[in-house]
Design a protein around this ligand. Structure first.
Ligand SMILES: NC(=O)C1=CN([C@@H]2O[C@H](COP(=O)(O)OP(=O)(O)OC[C@H]3O[C@@H](n4cnc5c(N)ncnc54)[C@H](O)[C@@H]3O)[C@@H](O)[C@H]2O)C=CC1
Ligand SMILES: O=C(O)C(=O)COP(=O)(O)O
Length: 585
């Protein structure tokens, strides 16, 4: 008889700090809470690192302890973050890897009260399973209005003339400007802000084109803007306004090479990010007259150095990153981010998640019981792997009566990853870090969707999890094709195990499970049942799957309590039992 070795190393309760789903059927997650069911804490703490509008603070205070600590040094932030469940920042705080490391796993959400998330290390956030949300819409108009304000102020030398007059100089001839009407404006980055700038510039009588490799032509058409290639945009423009995010591909997008291609005397507005312009190249272009003027709200380093040649240049108009700084926009972003952070802390999926898939609420609601099934099947499968074998290749099959294209499996795949990894490590897995964690551990998960006869009501008929290239401590779990195989389905809202290796069983996935392989003969159920009964272990379910009468059979026994080691040994000693394994769900 080949009794399975003790499973105690697998029985460590998984960390529930920020999981994807509540695995206990008795506490089934409400559908909207699938992504981040969080550990029960009395009241979470939200650290607000930069000034946030009052209405947003009020909203936060209804749900959390709010710690407003403006002007923190990076060291202060790292110290405070260990006591915080959420962090809210604007563009002035660098949320880098050391912040996530210092949080020691407590930080669950970073809220960016604005659009640009280039000050947040998204890779580090994802690796630490920390959700990042932003407030992408409330400051759009403010930023667009500021671009228009800067463009008009630059064209008419408002800032320079103002400074001169205040210094006692009445210089009407020096500050002759240029008109906006009839001029060509090239908008680079035709997203939310770029589109609003386009609308306003058209109202001022400008000819507007835009360059954006990802923008929809239909939207551009609706606004009456032609989408053109980059070189065409910059070589024909009298004014260029920048509205793309700072990413590796937009970093220093305007540089010596591009300035060599612009129309001489072009005027540049930047309300996006300083880093999209090579600032030294811009100074050279201004000095040579290739660029007549620039109006800048943003800088590569903020605040820029006091002796910055760019800031002090007489043809440059500057503001200290004021694009989003209107009363209205700040109230708007404060409410938008407070709602997003509270939602995330409550375990809801966020519509403004930056580093997690957005799964529509109706999809989540339908998938809720399958989310639990997926995690439990993976949890069982990994416990069946022979000690030290490791898991490298996992195949998941979703069988559905519906067209395979109708099934969004991202949440299910994340739960499979969670079920595979959490029983054998101290890592916690959620929708944010599932793919990263699987990759980091070298686990390749392939998915297959098969269409079978089934009811249209249920999205999935069964889920099968197969671990390839791994020996099993319960060899009967290995199918004829050589993989450790478990499959299950949802019955009356409860996940059931229906297949182990080549054997059909039917046991609800609650509590824990003992799998035994035995010679099919009368009295087996009673024999195992009475050993468990002696130990006061309650049996919730028993199911026997056999190849043929009186040949080999697999018995799946659901138990409410974890049997003592001696009880398991006694089961192993029942003569007809050939192998058995205890699996914790
Ligand atoms: N100065 C300030 O206070 C403010 C600055 N911003 C900045 O403005 C920028 C745009 O914001 P939104 O319009 O809300 O973002 P958005 O995401 O709606 O639009 C950005 C657009 O840039 C496009 N884009 C990406 N790569 C590009 C490339 N290589 N060339 C051309 N276009 C490219 C995208 O396709 C997208 O359409 C962000 O960087 C944001 O941080 C936003 C608000 C206030
Ligand atoms: O929303 C953005 O991207 C901005 O640049 C606004 O930044 P702020 O929140 O004013 O520091």
């Amino acid at each position: 008889m080949a009794a399975a070795t003790s499973q105690s190393h697998l029985l460590r309760p998984s960390l529930r700090r920020a999981s994807l789903a509540c695995p206990s059927p008795s506490a089934s997650p409400s559908p909207s809470r699938i992504s981040f069911v969080l550990r029960a804490v009395s009241k979470p703490t939200v650290l607000v690192a930069e000034k946030l509008g009052a209405a947003g603070l009020e909203l936060l205070k209804e749900f959390a302890n709010v710690d407003c600590a403006y002007n923190m040094t990076p060291e202060d932030l790292c110290a405070k973050i260990a006591l915080s469940d959420a962090l809210i920042v604007r563009s002035g705080t660098k949320v880098n890897r050391s912040v996530f490391e210092s949080s020691a796993g407590r930080l669950r959400v970073v809220g960016r009260a604005g659009v640009g998330i280039d000050n947040v290390d998204l890779a580090a956030a994802t690796e630490h399973g920390c959700l990042v949300v932003n407030a992408p819409t409330a400051n759009t108009v403010a930023a667009a209005e500021h671009a228009i304000a800067l463009m008009a102020a630059m064209a008419r030398n408002v800032a320079q003339a103002d400074a001169a007059l205040k210094a006692g100089k009445w210089q009407r001839n020096k500050y002759v400007g240029v008109s906006l009407v009839g001029k060509n404006l090239a908008i680079l980055g035709f997203g939310k802000v770029g589109s609003e700038v386009a609308r306003r510039a058209k109202g001022l009588g400008m000819h507007v084109v835009a360059h954006d490799p990802y923008a929809s032509a239909a939207r551009a058409q609706a606004i009456g803007v032609e989408l053109v290639p980059f070189e065409q945009a910059i070589s024909t423009a009298d004014f260029i306004s920048l509205h793309m995010p700072l990413t590796p591909s937009t970093d220093k997008m305007l540089n010596d090479e591009t300035f060599a291609k612009v129309k001489k005397g072009v005027r540049i507005v930047n309300v996006a990010r300083g880093g999209v312009i090579d600032e030294e190249a811009l100074v050279r272009a201004l000095d040579s007259g290739i660029v007549a003027q620039a109006a800048l709200d943003v800088f590569t380093v903020e605040p820029p150095a006091a002796d910055s040649k760019l800031v002090l240049h007489e043809n440059v108009t500057v503001t200290p990153h004021l694009g989003a700084s209107t009363v209205e926009a700040q109230e708007g972003v404060a409410i938008e981010i407070a709602e997003a952070v509270v939602g995330a802390l409550k375990g809801e999926l966020s519509a403004t998640a930056v580093n997690a898939p957005m799964v529509p609420a109706e999809v989540l609601s339908e998938l809720a019981p399958y989310v639990e099934l997926a995690e439990k099947l993976a949890r069982l499968a990994v416990q069946l792997v022979a000690g030290g074998g490791g898991v490298k290749s996992v195949k998941v099959t979703y069988a559905s009566g519906r067209s395979p294209d109708d099934l969004d499996t991202r949440v299910l795949r994340a739960m499979i990853t969670k079920g595979l990894i959490e029983p054998i490590s101290s890592v916690f897995v959620n929708l944010v870090n599932a793919d990263f964690t699987a990759k980091q551990r070298g686990i390749r998960i392939t998915e297959e969707r098969v269409q079978i006869d089934g009811t249209a009501e249920s999205p999935i008929e069964y889920i099968k999890v197969q671990i390839a290239q791994a020996g099993s401590k319960f060899p009967s779990a290995v199918s004829e094709t050589g993989e450790i195989t478990v499959a299950g389905r949802v019955k009356d809202g409860i996940p059931h195990l229906t297949e182990v290796g080549s054997f059909q069983v039917d046991v609800s996935l609650e509590g824990s499970i003992i799998l035994c392989r035995q010679v099919d003969q009368p009295g087996m159920i009673g024999a195992v049942g009475s050993v468990l009964g002696e130990q006061n272990v309650n049996v919730s379910f028993m199911s026997v799957g056999r190849i043929a009468p009186r040949k080999h059979a697999v018995m799946a026994i659901g138990v409410d309590e974890e049997p003592a080691k001696e009880t398991l040994t006694k089961i192993g000693e029942i003569p007809a039992i050939e192998e058995f394994v205890f699996l914790k769900l």
